[in-house]
Design a protein around this ligand. Structure first.
Ligand code: MLT
Ligand code: MN
Ligand code: ZN
Length: 302
């Protein structure tokens, strides 16, 4: 299975249009030292031609250029079979509506996420006015086959597991499964990828899920719990925003460094995060612990 990181920034991208924090400043003045990044999304494929998106970001149009498929013979070609969502946040779902020209796509989501897309953001009915968006249920704690649009199995399965966090602020209900992590498995190679772009805390059952993965893609939103407070751009801590910080006691770095997984990579990185700067002490501490800072275009075969 191929796993391609299409985008690795949190909502707003990097640099964020209205932000001049130290890392955004560096990304503008010296992009070699802080690579610009689009909003987080992953593409997975078992055959290198037909892809599923894990979340669909507002940058999806540019991101699809990374798939680099062969020129098709027909007039229209849709390289994506479906979108699998971890939640209904705008940075993970606006791309669904932007893919409406595809005419027919599948949307794999939990019942809780589908409800927010239907009733609150209304991204689903808006998209369905243009395209035949087939919804597929993503149950909790149970693997399901990812099927191509023609109904054939893709060889990959997806399993959703609930993670701590808050529903989007525009959601009117707080239902179980509003935010999940995904475990995607290639049933032929046995390769396994965990994708958890938003996670408020790590507990033993979640670590158990991650342990089984060859590739762990995890919430790298904030480096420190009070990052936004210290920059004077928010009065809320990372944990209050549903994102476990990387550093500090009980932070994700300490816990993920102990996992046996072959590749461990941070994604959904907020523009304020100092590890975005190449050569920074924060970057060095991540790498010393055996993890990597995700960058757009990173590719893994597992
Ligand atoms: C989040 O990651 O917490 C949400 O996407 C918030 C946002 O981008 O508005
Ligand atoms: Mn986000
Ligand atoms: Zn910034």
């Amino acid at each position: 299975m191929d796993v391609l990181l299409l985008g690795t920034a949190a909502g707003g991208g990097f640099p964020q249009w209205n932000c001049w924090c130290p890392s955004c400043r560096t990304a503008r003045t010296n992009p070699q030292q802080a690579h610009p990044r689009t909003q987080s999304s992953v593409a997975i494929s078992a055959d290198g031609a037909r892809w599923f998106l894990l979340n669909a970001s507002p940058d999806v149009r540019d991101q699809l250029g990374l798939l680099n498929g062969k020129a098709p013979s027909g007039v229209r070609a849709v390289p994506i079979e479906g979108v699998v969502t971890t939640d209904a946040e705008l940075d993970h779902t606006l791309g669904i509506a932007l893919l409406r020209e595809g005419r027919a796509l599948q949307l794999y989501s939990t019942a809780a996420v589908r409800r927010v897309l239907e009733e609150d953001s209304r991204i689903l009915p808006v998209t369905q006015a243009f395209a035949q968006e087939e919804t597929r249920d993503l149950p909790l704690d149970q693997p399901i086959p990812l099927r191509h649009r023609n109904g054939e199995p893709s060889r990959m399965t997806a399993l959703a597991f609930a993670v701590p966090g808050d529903p989007p602020r525009f959601a009117r209900q707080d239902l179980p499964g509003h935010t999940v992590g995904l475990v995607v498995k290639d049933t032929v190679t046995g390769g396994c990828c965990a994708f958890v772009p938003g996670c408020g805390a790590l507990d033993a059952p979640i670590l158990e899920r991650l342990k089984a993965a060859d590739l762990v893609l995890f919430d790298g939103t904030f480096f420190t719990d009070d990052e936004m407070i210290r920059l004077g751009i928010s009065d809320r801590r990372a944990r209050e925003l549903g994102h476990l910080p990387i550093s500090g006691p009980g932070g994700s770095l300490e816990q993920l460094s102990r996992l046996p997984s072959r590749h461990k990579v941070y994604t959904h990185i907020n523009n304020s995060n100092p590890m975005l700067v190449e050569g920074s002490p924060e970057r060095a501490s991540v790498e010393r612990a055996g993890l990597r800072v995700g960058d757009d275009g990173m590719r893994f075969t597992i």
